[in-house]
Write a protein that binds this ligand. Structure first.
Ligand SMILES: Cc1ncc(COP(=O)(O)O)c(C=O)c1O
Length: 380
């Protein structure tokens, strides 16, 4: 049996007429950069993410860089973040001339551990970037408290978490991208809301930050050829916005499918007594609404299991095999193996299984049966 990791063709086939029509409209209008489609998408994402402003940009990476520039982060500053994330989270900090300061993760959720943040705050710290990894919000309650205490800004890296909710105690649920000062989204094709290329969005409730972001994405221009800020070219294009507007209509349905698939995995893993085999399934903190951009299990024999599954026709993936504090480009920061032990262990043990909305039950049952087989035959 062949089990792909993701099947974007299946998604496209289902919505082909609407997508093709949306693309044809843009091509007929010949209005490609920003414009009404991008504005409509910005409105729709702002509503969906429960914020006042959404600003379309060229990628999730640019969303992070522009958010940092909007709050004035630059050379000599420090920004606290996690090393267990995609490179852009830290790369965006370095792009501004500031330095990332890596803080270890909570080994259960893979998100920044709030209890470890305060020890790393210095006079140079300007902001914190919590990442809502795999589709679950970081523990934003304590992170917000720390940021307010030290007068720091919070930029949520919500690239993997569109539609995720942070739900704690009796507080109202708060949506990813609406909890910090700004939220950064990616529309990379494999995301829950994926474009036909690159795309990104910054969300905020702050009028002044929204204004600065709108300038920064067009070279800093407040009006044609009048530059108030030094910005970049980072515009979302109308073709991507048109595709995303169609896909947004299906996002809730797709998210529910991912959540159902996750619940089915949880049940299957319980049936094979996964915990006794040393397999850890995703841990949902409080009652968060996890949107499962990835369903990540943890297994000490991760690399052997991945290879075994590949031979059985099952594609899995590793997010992320090397933590950022040990990357060559960050040698100058002086981290050594053992410094951020939970991130380093996660990099060796985490394995992402297919979870996409169109994933067939038959395939899913096969994946878990093959994992059980691995423990019966290879590990026993
Ligand atoms: C956590 C995280 N941050 C940032 C990004 C960067 O987004 P993009 O690929 O759209 O630049 C991604 C996606 O790739 C991501 O997963």
């Amino acid at each position: 049996m062949k089990v792909p990791f993701l099947d974007l063709k299946a998604q496209y086939q289902r919505i082909k007429p609407e997508i093709d029509q949306a693309i044809t409209e843009v091509v007929s209008e010949q209005y490609f950069i920003l414009g009404p489609k991008v504005e409509a998408l910005e409105q729709a994402i702002a509503t969906y993410s429960q914020v006042r402003h959404a600003i379309g940009v060229a990628s999730g990476s640019d969303a992070l860089t522009l958010a940092l520039l909007a709050i004035g982060v630059g050379p000599g500053d420090e920004v606290i973040t996690t090393p267990f994330t995609f490179f852009a989270t830290a790369g965006s900090i370095s792009q501004t001339g500031a330095s990332p300061v890596f803080v270890d993760i909570d080994p259960q959720t893979y998100n920044l551990d709030p209890a470890k943040i305060e020890a790393h705050i210095t006079a140079k710290t300007k902001a914190i970037i919590p990442v809502h990894l795999f589709g679950q919000c970081a523990d934003m309650g304590p992170i917000n408290t720390i940021a307010h205490r030290h007068n720091l800004k919070i930029i949520e890296d919500a690239a993997q978490a569109i539609g995720a909710d942070y739900i704690k105690d009796s507080l109202p649920a708060a949506r990813a991208g609406s909890i910090g000062d700004m939220g950064c989204f990616s529309f990379y094709p494999s995301k829950n809301l994926g474009a036909f290329g690159d795309g990104g969005m910054v969300t905020t409730d702050d009028d002044e930050l929204a204004h600065r972001l709108r300038l920064l994405r067009v070279h800093g221009a407040a009006a044609k050829y009048q530059y108030q800020l030094i910005g970049v070219n980072s515009r979302l294009d109308a073709l991507q916005a048109a595709v995303l507007l169609v896909k947004l209509r299906y996002l809730e349905e797709w998210t529910e499918k991912r959540r159902e698939n996750a619940a089915h995995y949880d049940k299957l893993f319980e049936e094979i007594n996964a915990q006794s085999l040393g397999i850890e399934t995703p841990h949902v903190q409080y009652n968060n609404r996890h949107i499962y951009n990835q369903y990540v299990i943890r297994v000490p024999q991760r690399d052997m299991l991945k290879e075994f599954l590949a031979k059985e026709g099952i594609v899995t993936d590793i997010y992320y095999p090397y933590p950022l504090h040990l990357q060559e480009c960050y040698k100058g920061l002086g981290y050594a193996p053992g410094d951020l032990i939970h991130s380093e262990r996660a990099a060796q043990e985490a394995l992402a299984l297919p979870i996409y909305p169109e994933f067939a039950r038959e395939h899913q049952n096969y994946v878990v049966s093959r994992i059980a087989e691995f423990f019966r035959t290879v590990i026993a």
